[in-house]
Ligand binder design. Structure first.
Ligand SMILES: C[S@@+](CC[C@H](N)C(=O)[O-])C[C@H]1O[C@@H](n2cnc3c(N)ncnc32)[C@H](O)[C@@H]1O
Length: 254
């Protein structure tokens, strides 16, 4: 059977760039959990590429898990993946037990939903979290900073004109309960740039897709500033836009 490059999936269910980026951020481990698994493409790719021996695919929606089971059957993957992909129903991290996974993915939902899931915990189900918010990226970064997470890796990808960002993070030390803390107590906490507007690691690495994103975002802000001209909001937007332009002007200096 033909396989989509690098994913281990048959061509007809090739992963889009966003999901390819997500899978590439997962290190090879024994057990991965995929919270909000949707159609289970990520679990299948993780098993097929040998990134995980087992994936616990969780979703709060029984209907979504039915669709997921149906997809696995449709692709002829259900029978041979049985035992490698376990479906569990429940909100956020609640279907998982302490230390059960080495990596937990939470992707394909809004940044505020991911923030809610991490806040409710328990966070000690996994050592590493791979997060892929579809919106409210800034809010998620501010939360990760305040709660004392550590940033391990970051990625950005462009798919059909939209930008998708990912964070790989370690939870704050302790009992896994997320609490806000002061900078003095959390010297290594998640770094922020422009108050979470852009990824600090992406900037440090001068990721070329980040440059595309900065140009794109500056253009959007310019249009919005024009539409809101004369209001206090336009002034705030103008300040942010100038900060982005300033960063772009420093792109090549190290
Ligand atoms: C769009 S799908 C994402 C599928 C896949 N993870 C991806 O990145 O493409 C979002 C899924 O998240 C699930 N979901 C949303 N909030 C959730 C929560 N609090 N706990 C578990 N699953 C949740 C939804 O039921 C839905 O199936």
């Amino acid at each position: 059977m033909c396989c989509a490059a690098g994913t281990g999936l048959p061509d007809e269910i090739a992963l889009p760039p966003r999901l390819q980026a997500l899978v590439s951020l997962v290190p090879p481990v024994d057990v991965v959990a995929d919270v909000g698994t949707g159609d289970a493409l990520v679990p299948v790719a993780l098993i097929r590429t040998g990134k995980a021996r087992k994936v616990i695919a969780c979703d709060k929606s029984a209907a979504a898990l039915d669709v997921c089971r149906g997809k696995l059957e449709q692709y002829g993957l259900w029978a041979d993946e049985l035992g490698s992909i376990e479906l569990r129903e429940g909100d956020g991290l609640s279907p998982l037990k302490r230390g059960e996974t080495q990596v937990t993915i939470i992707a394909g939902m809004g940044g505020l939903t991911i923030t809610g899931i991490l806040s409710r915990g328990p966070l000690d189900v996994a050592g590493t979290y791979v997060l892929g918010p579809m919106s409210h990226q800034k809010d998620l970064r501010l939360f990760l900073h305040e709660a004392g997470f550590t940033l391990v890796d970051e990625a950005i990808v462009r798919q059909t004109g939209k930008f998708y960002e990912f964070e790989v993070v370690l939870p704050p030390p302790g009992d896994g309960v997320c609490v806000s803390s002061t900078a003095e107590q959390m010297p290594d906490r998640f770094p922020l740039m422009l108050e979470g507007e852009i990824g600090a690691l992406l900037w440090k690495r001068r990721d070329p897709i980040l440059k595309e994103y900065l140009v794109h975002r500056e253009g959007k802000l310019r249009a919005l500033e024009g539409r809101l001209a004369g209001t206090p909001r336009a002034e705030q937007i103008g300040t942010l836009r100038k900060e982005l332009l300033n960063l772009l002007s420093k792109w090549d200096s190290r």
